[in-house]
Design a protein around this ligand. Structure first.
Ligand code: NIG
Ligand code: FE
Length: 416
């Protein structure tokens, strides 16, 4: 069954039996020994009970049965940082980079984000939807059940609106949880060249309030960097978000240490993302604020970055670490969250349990979805994946392979 067609999806209600639950990614209603066969009960699209098959309460004994076949079960994956909706693509820049041009050089030469802005502005809402659909389908086919989608390639009210509306439509069309993030302060639009403050004023006083009033903004993000927006400009955008009680997150310390993480922590940011140049003060501030560190190995890899994010210090401080695709046409045209888990281990030296929590529990946390996503537990919407794997470590081990056998998303069997 193709997951692009939710209308033909089947209800997941009933008892899912003979499963192996991935360690650390579930909360049982009854103690479960290692390797013990587990059952999940789904009623009305919601997980009602999780535990050993041998302890299934009698109340559920008469429900429909789904044979789990001994498959490994994890919560639905969560991709907590994407720029999935945009016009065009930037394979040409990829070639330029191979010839030696840096991210900053490409950006200063009018390429980079601004070239996607041109293509996004030129595209209609339907064209953006059609372009994003196969990308989202690819992520979903690997078990993603919740995804963040940012704006930031429109950089003008009507075009930012277009992107965010497409993000909402994608969520409805494919039956997946979509969290929209307004990233109006992603780059300076060409028509504001030399007038950064005017643009930030527009973002704060017109674009954000209007788009929020239209119900299109779940969070607000800024690209705080030498080639984008300053710390003071970032603060201004965060204040505008705070006035509207919208949570914030930040593209922070990707190319340099701007002190963005400390600022974001002052605003109790959901997450700081990229963070290759994060300082110890930034880590301490994030820890105190409960801000998630979102690691984006796809961008690190594409840019052939050599500055590793401070994993050991984040771990020592107990800052939750999420892992995401950062899907975008410039620095991370990645369409596999499992590959990002693999790269987080291989490139960043995350442990396998850290990488798996990074694409589930902690990613949900980074989206403010801790109560509904990222963990198999009773009371949550049924979002889970059954994998054709012996052990959970294989999720981060294989790459270029999709072992998702069955996907239950929003209480529906959408694959398998
Ligand atoms: O997350 N860092 C800024 N934004 C994107 C890159 C976007 C682009 O190059 O189009 C990122 O890597
Ligand atoms: Fe990004």
């Amino acid at each position: 069954m193709k997951n692009a067609d939710t209308t033909t999806a089947l209800s997941a209600d009933g008892v899912w039996e003979d499963l192996r639950l991935a360690p650390g990614l579930f909360r049982g209603d009854s103690p479960l020994a290692e390797h013990e066969a587990a059952s999940l009960v789904v009623q009305g699209g919601v997980l009602r009970w999780v535990g050993p098959s041998s302890a299934l309460p009698l109340d559920y004994a008469g429900l429909a049965r789904h044979a789990g076949g001994g498959l490994l079960a994890t919560p639905g994956l969560v991709d907590c940082h994407t720029h999935l909706v945009y016009g065009g693509q930037r394979a040409g820049e990829f070639a330029m980079r191979l010839a030696g041009a840096s991210y900053e050089e490409i950006s200063r030469a009018g390429g980079g984000i601004v070239s996607s802005v041109r293509a996004t502005r030129a595209a209609s809402e339907d064209e953006l939807f059609a372009a994003a659909l196969p990308r989202l389908s690819a992520l979903l086919d690997e078990g993603v059940c919740a995804i963040e989608i940012k704006s930031g390639y429109g950089l003008a009210l009507e075009h930012e609106r277009k992107q965010l509306r497409v993000a909402r439509r994608l969520g409805q069309a494919l039956g997946v949880t979509v969290r929209t993030t307004f990233l109006g302060a992603h780059a300076l639009p060409p028509e504001y060249a030399g007038r950064s403050q005017d643009y930030v004023d527009l973002v704060c006083s017109e674009m954000l309030p209007q788009l929020a009033a239209e119900g299109l903004v779940d969070a607000v993000d800024v690209f705080c960097e030498r080639i984008a927006f300053s710390l003071a400009e970032t603060e201004q955008v965060f204040q505008a978000a705070q006035r509207l009680a919208i949570p914030v997150k930040l593209h922070a310390e990707q190319l340099s240490d701007m002190g963005g993480a400390q600022l974001a922590a002052r605003f109790r940011a959901l997450s700081c993302d990229h963070i290759e140049h994060l300082s110890q003060q930034g880590i301490d501030a994030m820890q105190a604020a409960g801000t998630v560190a979102v690691l984006l190995p796809g961008a690190y890899y594409t840019l052939r970055d050599t500055q590793l994010p401070p994993i050991a210090q984040l771990r020592a401080a107990g800052v939750p670490m999420a892992v995401s695709t950062d899907h975008n046409p410039g620095t991370s045209p990645a369409l596999s969250l499992l590959l990002m888990a693999n790269m987080a281990c291989t490139l960043f030296r995350l442990t396998v349990p850290e990488a798996l929590a990074g694409i589930t529990t902690h990613a949900a946390h980074a989206l403010g979805l801790s109560d509904t996503h990222g963990l198999i537990a009773a009371g949550r919407p049924a979002n889970f994946v059954l994998w054709n794997l012996r052990e959970a470590a294989e999720l981060a081990y294989w790459f270029g392979h999709n072992p998702a056998r069955t996907i239950v998303r929003q209480g529906r069997i959408v694959k398998g």
